[in-house]
Design a protein around this ligand. Structure first.
Ligand code: FOL
Length: 165
C-alpha cells in the first residue's frame, strides 16, 4: 500500500479538522493518483471531505472504533487488522492511505511508497506525522520541479520504504 499526504517543514498535516492550506494543483494531483483505486481514511478525515461524503470513483474504506457508525457507499472497518484483511483482495499499489495523522502513523510501516507534497513553510497546525527524512528506511526517489502559489513554495516528492523492498 501507499500513502499520499501534504506536509509542511514540521511534517504537519492538519489544522482545525481540515487541511493545512489550499494549493492549486495539489488536489487534482491527489485525485489523479487515487482515481479508480482504494482509499483508506479515518472517520474524521471522511467528515472533513466536501459534504462529508466519500470520494467518487474510488472504493472508500473508513476506519472507526464506533461499532454503530455507518456511511453509504463505504466499507467500514473497526481495526487495522480488519483493514489489512479486507485489502488482501487488491494489489498493493492499488491502495492509498489518505489520512489523517492517526491513520498515517498507524499504517506507515505497511506502506511501500509515500506521495508527499512538501510545502516549504511553517503553517498553523495541530496534527503531525512522522518525519520520513529522519527514518533510515525511507528514501526520496523522485521530486517534481519547485512550484509556487501566493508566495508558498511546494514540491511533489515520492519516498520509498526500503524495509518492504
Ligand atoms: N494528499 C495531498 N497530496 N494533498 C491533500 O490535500 C490531501 N488531502 C487528503 C489526503 N491526502 C492528501 C485528505 N483531504 C479532497 C479534499 C480533502 C482531502 C482529500 C480530497 C477532495 O475534495 N478531493 C476531490 C476533488 C479534487 C479536486 O479538487 O480536483 C477528489 O475527487 O479527489
Amino acid at each position: 500500500m501507499n500513502l499520499i499526504v501534504a506536509v509542511d517543514n514540521n511534517w504537519a498535516v492538519g489544522y482545525n479538522g481540515g487541511l493545512l492550506t489550499y494549493l492549486p494543483g495539489d488536489l487534482p494531483y491527489f485525485k489523479e493518483k487515487t482515481m479508480n483505486k482504494v482509499v483508506v481514511m479515518g472517520r474524521k478525515t471522511l467528515e472533513s471531505l466536501p459534504k462529508g461524503k466519500p470520494l467518487k470513483g474510488r472504493e472508500n474504506i473508513i476506519l472507526t472504533r464506533d461499532k454503530d457508525f455507518t456511511c453509504e457507499d463505504t466499507i467500514v472497518c473497526h481495526s487495522k487488522d480488519e483493514v489489512l484483511d479486507y485489502i488482501t483482495r487488491y494489489k498493493s499499489d492499488e491502495v492509498f492511505i489518505i489520512g489523517g495523522a492517526e491513520i498515517y502513523n498507524l499504517f506507515l510501516d505497511n506502506c511501500e511508497k509515500a506521495y508527499v507534497t512538501k510545502v516549504y513553510g511553517e503553517l498553523p497546525a495541530d496534527k503531525y506525522i512522522t518525519n520520513l527524512d529522519e527514518l533510515d528506511n525511507w528514501n526520496i526517489t523522485w521530486k517534481s520541479e519547485m512550484k509556487e502559489h501566493e508566495g508558498l513554495k511546494f514540491q511533489w516528492t515520492i519516498y520509498e520504504n526500503n524495509k518492504l523492498k
